[in-house]
Design a protein around this ligand. Structure first.
Ligand code: TXA
Ligand code: MG
Length: 311
């Protein structure tokens, strides 16, 4: 895979067109991509991930215009898209009646999750392919999301014919997922944008409510998720024998890992999954993680860590 970036983008588009899976870089995490209009190709994603079929996927497109061919954008949805696209926001909106994305990718729902990623290589792939790309994070279900091309190879290895190497992901957390039905915006998943950033544009966000159509609960919000194999102990200050410490901020000089020695939650988000993965690779009796302040992206990190600690 020692081709130039453009050749890789065209190779990825050709692989997608054949109905095969491709590992793709985005600014959030690496995706396991398939032609979103081809249910057989999308089925390969679920098979490779071992993911429950009822969990719908995000369709990635090159522009808001392309997104509007697939989903119905209310003025509020358009406002959020214009503020944050391209970038780490996925919008769940009603499907257009003639939506080209297959039902399997939407898990049979009458809504669709759409995102315009900002990574330049991913944009080239989308432009070369000319169709929406369904892509969940490129990890086996329940494992930490990959933030480098090597992580993707470690997850799927020979099951993938191509992984486009776009370097380490700048954001390091999955996109924030917001459902917008009319003038109601519901925060379904915390992620690469903070609640404050989203609310500055959308106003107060609703919390998911399974009994409400305007505020659907995200099927992806299962409790145990993003989990390494080793048990995870939260809010620790030091590692016992056989354990490995992931610190945060100054004062963790002896720790094997530090999410951010400077105590910066954005830097911590970028390191989170790769450090969980690296810590797990040491086969510790437990991974001990320091307290992360729940400000800005810290809220999303804490959410991920609570899931990782769930047994
Ligand atoms: O940053 C990201 O979002 C990455 C990169 C590759 O783009 N993708 C990603 O996809 O994290 P995935 O499949 O791991 O997460 C998609 C999330 C899930 O929580 C899923 O339940 C939710 O979006 N979702 C998708 N479609 C939905 C829908 N129609 N209604 C409610 N939730 C939906
Ligand atoms: Mg995922």
């Amino acid at each position: 895979m020692d081709q130039g970036p453009m050749e890789n983008a065209f190779a990825a588009a050709a692989t997608l067109a054949r109905g095969d899976l491709v590992g793709l870089p985005t600014e959030t995490v690496y995706g396991l991509g398939a032609d979103a209009t081809d249910a057989e190709a999308v089925a390969k994603i679920f098979a490779a991930k071992g993911r429950p079929h009822f969990n719908p996927l995000i369709s990635h497109v090159v522009s808001l215009e392309a997104a509007e061919a697939l989903g119905v954008f209310s003025p509020l949805a358009r406002k959020l898209a214009e503020a944050f696209w391209p970038g780490p926001l996925s919008l769940v909106v009603p499907r257009q009646p003639d939506c080209a994305v297959c039902d399997l990718a939407c898990a049979g729902l009458d809504t669709i999750a759409l995102r315009v990623p900002s990574h330049p290589l991913m944009q080239q792939v989308l432009r070369a392919f000319g169709k929406p790309v369904a892509a969940p994070s490129a990890n086996v279900s329940g494992r930490p999301s990959p933030t480098t091309a090597d992580h993707v190879l470690a997850e799927f290895g020979d099951k993938l014919t191509l992984v486009v190497d776009g370097g380490p992901c700048a954001v390091g957390l999955e996109s924030a997922v917001v459902a917008v039905i009319g003038d109601q915006a519901t925060l379904l998943r915390l992620g690469g944008l903070s609640r404050a950033e989203l609310e500055a544009v959308a106003g107060p966000l609703l919390a998911p409510d399974a009994s409400s159509k305007a505020a659907p609960a995200s099927p992806g919000m299962v409790l145990r998720h993003y989990a390494p194999s080793a048990p995870v102990r939260l809010n620790g200050t030091s590692a016992g024998s056989g354990e490995v410490m992931i610190g945060f901020g100054p004062g963790f000089d002896g720790a094997e890992f530090n999410l951010s020695a400077a105590g910066d939650v954005v830097e911590a988000a970028a390191h989170l999954f790769s450090m969980l993965r690296a810590a797990d690779a040491l086969n510790p009796s437990a991974i001990v993680i320091a307290t992360i302040p729940e400000t800005g992206l810290g809220e999303a990190i804490a959410d991920r860590l609570r899931r990782a600690a769930e047994r």
